[in-house]
Design a protein around this ligand. Sequence first.
Ligand code: EPZ
Length: 417
Amino acid sequence: MKKIVINGGKPLSGKIGISGAKNSAVAIIPASILCDENVKVYNVPNISDRDALIDILNLLNCETMVKDDMLSIDTSNVINKKIPLELSKKMRASYYFMGALLSKFKHVEMFFPGGCNIGKRPIDIHIKGFEALGAKVTINGDLYTIDAEELVGTKITLDFASVGATINIMLAAVKAKGKTIIKNAAREAEIVNIATYLNNMGARITGAGTSEIHIEGVDYLHKAMIEVIPDRIEAGTYIILGAMIGDNLKIDNIIPDHINALLSKLDDMNIKYELNENNIIISKCENIKPTNIKTAVFPGFPTDIAQPMMVLLTQANGVSMYEETIWESRMGHVKYLNKLGANIKNGNTNAVVIGSTPLHGCEVEATDLRGGAAMVLAGLIADGTTKIISIEHILRGYDNIIEKLKNVGADIDLIEE
Ligand code: EPZ
């Protein structure tokens, strides 16, 4: 079994370069099959979700090649096939093949996707969108069969500004007849990146990044390239770490506008940093003030950074309130933070964090991707040795996390035990 072992308490200095955004890349890769020629995707993070999506592309007869952070995909011979259970279940983002295959072939067979266990994660909003475009969706247990004679643009108002549904409907609508308008669309930075990619292929999408997206259907999508935006969640994770044990730790290759919600909380907490055009330099703060965190859709405080943020709250002098509003069970990390010495009282979606508490190394579990990142941060600030199990969650989403942290002075290793 793979484990991460950390001997904590070492100050971190030097530079951590941020990789491409997981949540952009995992949509960009499936979106590639819409192209009728070939594509090149740059700044792709080296994470296991990337590899699982490439396995699906290969199943669909795409030729793929990874060179450093570049992924080239020849989609000219793509075929339609049922995506088997084990590939569908490997991650949540497999569901972007629903929108992409529907658009390309008007027929999809795949299973309900996998992903972190942080709530029920229904896909009803996606399905409603496909149906509004003219598709017929048949659900048999976990198997989804989606068919359409033709897809016709229409106005779709999302019940909730879902990231996944916005992207999936955008994919399905790219080649639909006429105009599709998505109202109450999600506004996350990743959505803009994916719309730009599709437009680079010749799609006609406007309004991505606002709550109303317009898509004028086109017939053919030509060769294109795209650069994946920097991962704002990875950046946030390391910035939080810098506030606890940084010694002029530089987090490089960031887009400051994408992390405003986090920076504003750091300001509230008396944490100082130097923000430059594409990097931030941050050091340990000796007197962290408590604050309240309530997750929200973009541009609010991101749910994906909230679990790492809770580690910082344990180091604040006083009581912080924490509320998770997007996912109904994203509190798996709390039990293990308490095991490390934190003082957190929690319900299903709320917590009270009483700080500051020193943390002491012990064996903990990565209950999900960001909960796992929280364990890494906690282990790095704790005294003694922390062992983290179930680390495959972390490797799904953090590019080269061990090497990046070692390079700035962390005593961290991946071991087989
Ligand atoms: C994306 O998930 C991200 N995943 C998540 O990141 C992130 O937490 C989430 O957006 C919110 O920002 C990927 O991009 C692969 P949603 P997604 O659809 O698209 C409900 C991480 O750690 N909902 O915006 O699945 C849903 O249950 C991951 O990197 C429906 O009810 O999120 C949730 O409560 C975890 N019906 C809320 O909406 C639907 O059809 C937000 O979900 C769809 C969603």
